[in-house]
Design a binder for this molecule. Structure first.
Ligand code: G3P
Ligand code: CA
Ligand code: CA
Ligand code: CA
Length: 288
C-alpha cells in the first residue's frame, strides 16, 4: 500500500508541497518528490494539514553536541572552530549547499534544494525531540507555529534570499541592526511554552510570539533565527537564537548551532541556560 502510494507520487512534477496539494489534491502528511526549476528531483516531508496544508520541509537545525563548540556537526554555524578569520562560518544560510535527508531531519542537520528553489510566502517551524521518527513528528513536537503575514516575498521569497540581505556574519553590524521579526500563529503550544523553553535571564530580554531573523549580540556575533521570540531589551541573543556565523567573541563556548544554550549549565533552565527540551529538539523549517 505504501509503495503503491509512492509509485503514484513519484509521477508528480511540482516545485513545492503547496503545488502538490493544489495540482494533485494530496491531503496526507508524508514524503513527496519535488523538482527544482533546473529539474533536480529530491524528496522531502510535506505537512498537508496544518492551516490548510501545503507546507514544504526545507531544513532542520540539529545540535549534535552541545559541548562541541563550532565543531563537527555545527553546519548552521561553523565546523572550523571559533575564528574571527571565518566570519561567515559554513555560510549555509545563504548558499546552495545541501545535506542530510528528510527521514534524518531530527537526527542531524537537513537542507534540501527547496531552501533556495521555492518561492514562498510564509514559514512554519516545528521543534521536534531528537531522533523521533517522521510519522511521529507532528504529535511529538514541543512547539509548532506558522506565520500568516506573507512576509517572504518582501525578502526575495525564501531564506537564501533573506539571508543574502541579512548575512549571518560576525561583525556585520551591532545589536540594533538585527533583521526583521514577524508575528506567529501557534499550532501547538503558546507564548508560555516559548518562555519556558529558554532560561529566566533571556526571558527578560525577549517577547514571545515572533520569529526573528539575523539577531546580533553584544559582541557583534550574528545568529540566524530566534524561534518564537523577538529580542527587545537586551542583546544576549546567543542564549535563545540558533545558527550563527563563525565567530562569537564573548566566549568560545558560545559558538555552535545552538550557540550559548548551555551558558550556565547544560540541559537545565537556569540563568541564561535553555531547557533540556529545546536543547534536545531539532528545529524544522517549512515554507508555504
Ligand atoms: O550572555 C551572558 C553574559 O553576557 C553576561 O552574563 O549574567 O554574567 O552578566 P552575566
Ligand atoms: Ca555543537
Ligand atoms: Ca548541527
Ligand atoms: Ca552575552
Amino acid at each position: 500500500h505504501v509503495l503503491d502510494k509512492l509509485r503514484n507520487r513519484s509521477k508528480y512534477v511540482a516545485r513545492s508541497c503547496k503545488e502538490i496539494k493544489e495540482r494533485y489534491n494530496e491531503q496526507e502528511d508524508g514524503l513527496y518528490f519535488l523538482t527544482t526549476a533546473n529539474g533536480l528531483v529530491y524528496q522531502t516531508f510535506c505537512d498537508m494539514t496544518t492551516d490548510g496544508g501545503g507546507w514544504t520541509l526545507v531544513a532542520s537545525v540539529h545540535e549534535n553536541n552541545m559541548y562541541g563548540k563550532c565543531s563537527v556537526g555545527d553546519r548552521w554555524s561553523s565546523q572550523q572552530g571559533n575564528n574571527a578569520d571565518v566570519p561567515d562560518g559554513e555560510g549555509n544560510w545563504s548558499n546552495r549547499n545541501t545535506f542530510g535527508s528528510a527521514e534524518s531531519a531530527t537526527s542531524d542537520d537537513f537542507k534540501n534544494p527547496g531552501y533556495y528553489d521555492i518561492l514562498a510566502e510564509d514559514m512554519s517551524v516545528w521543534h521536534v525531540p531528537n531522533d523521533f521518527a517522521l510519522e511521529t513528528w507532528k504529535k511529538a513536537a514541543i512547539l509548532r507555529y506558522h506565520t500568516d503575514s506573507h512576509f517572504l516575498p518582501l525578502y526575495g521569497g525564501n531564506l537564501l534570499q533573506l539571508f543574502k540581505q541579512y548575512p549571518v556574519r560576525y561583525n556585520v553590524g551591532t545589536c540594533v541592526n538585527r533583521g526583521p521579526a514577524f508575528a506567529i500563529v501557534y499550532d501547538k503550544g503558546n507564548s508560555e511554552t516559548v518562555r519556558n523553553l529558554y532560561g529566566p535571564n533571556p526571558r527578560a530580554e525577549f517577547v514571545p510570539g515572533f520569529i526573528t531573523f539575523r539577531p546580533i549580540n553584544n559582541e557583534r556575533a550574528a545568529m540566524a533565527i530566534c524561534s518564537g521570540a523577538k529580542p527587545v531589551s537586551g542583546c544576549n541573543t546567543e542564549h535563545y537564537c540558533i545558527g550563527g556565523g563563525g565567530y562569537f567573541p564573548e566566549n568560545s563556548g558560545q559558538c555552535g548551532d545552538f550557540p550559548g544554550f548551555d551558558w550556565d549549565r547544560i540541559d537545565r533552565v537556569r540563568g541564561w541556560s535553555a531547557s533540556k527540551e529545546v536543547t534536545e529538539a531539532a528545529v524544522l523549517l517549512f515554507y508555504r
